[in-house]
Design a binder for this molecule. Sequence first.
Ligand code: ADP
Length: 447
Amino acid sequence: MFNKILIANRGDVALRVLRACKEMGIPSVIVHSTADADSMPVRLADESVCIGPPSSAESYLNVPSILAAAGITGADAVHPGVGFLSENADFAEIVKAHGLTFIGPETRHIRSMGDKVEAKITAANAGLPLVPGSPGAVHTIAEAKKLGKTIGYPLLVKAASGGGGRGMKVAETAADLAEAFSSARSEAKAAFGDDTVYLERYLGQPRHIEVQVIADSHGNVVHLGERECSVQRRHQKLFEEAPSPALSADQRADIGRIAAEATRKMGYLGVGTMEFLYEDGEFFFIEMNTRLQVEHPITEEITGVDLVREQISIAAGEKLSFAQEDVTFTGHAIECRINAEHPETFMPTPGKVTAFHAAGGPGVRVESCLYSGYSVPPYYDSLIAKLVVYGDDRAHCLARLKRAIEEFVVEPIPTTLALHARLVEADAIIDGSYNIRWLEEKFLASD
Ligand code: ADP
């Protein structure tokens, strides 16, 4: 096992990893920017090292500073958390070149899944069903037009290096293609420094369903079922649940088996998530995230597996502590992402939190770095808390969630808690009939 883990992240994911380290008896180091000197992970850390000023480029993305912190503190492994450098293959390689363990998959998998064109080819070779689309990158508008005729419209132009829903444009008809193609390319160039794009059929009313996989270095691969993440705004998830209200036990077992089989074929190591769109009973692979997901707690709640603990053990060369036949799905779990954003305009609302009270009681888990007197900095992601609720079944879980939201206090900054209070009353949430278009096109549009 590791002697000391450096946690190269901030916020609630840094806290999540810190908690796992403590429970495993592994000393840890938190690196932080000057803006986070008073943060909860720093306060709770065994050791902390300031690695730079507030801007992420100079702190959480500052590779030389992170490596220097590892050297000074004698850490022998780096946990990248979620976001920042977690899916940066060059960072993983540099960490390894310095004799440290990168707690994540092998570099080749991060690289191949980071390029969505390559990811789709890898996925197809591993036996996963794809959204119909271009066989690879598309370089010219003439080529796009030709492919458009066979793929059909509406058509989605997507950035190969895309992420966070950026670099994605819909062409409703062939007449819109030139505009969608050039604007996707320029957005991709500006956001990712790479204007490579590809084409996919634009599915009308799909659900976003993802499968959690985990693999050790001894050839054991297990899936931990799915998460339903269709409640999205601008392709950003806001509310996730497990299991999906749309799947039967047989469908769950089928897609889980397919995802685990693909993971095995790829020779993948560690935790990963295969994201699919699901429409009319069919699954279509869209991408694989080669890291822990923000919404991992809901899987933990219904399976009883500690994903971060397993992730750390696997990285240290140990075997998975359970086999596929040991995995059971019990009850229902929902996660609400509480963001420091205005619940109607979604404008960021950083600032001082003078009153904070986390919901509690049976089945309630709060992952948050907030405390009364904490100032939410304006420099980073707006996620400030994850409210995770478990119930015996979906109705029980929703009832608990409603009362947990009522208990939860974050003042005076506006947050998405107010949106969640309305969501739990919505018919499409109560009956589970929503899809990826519902929040924006129905729920928010009716405001
Ligand atoms: P990113 O990495 O930017 O998040 P994804 O490929 O994971 O991009 O897609 C993000 C979201 O965009 C999906 O959850 C879905 O809502 C939408 N989306 C992606 N591909 C398609 C498609 N072919 N048809 C319809 N919607 C799509």
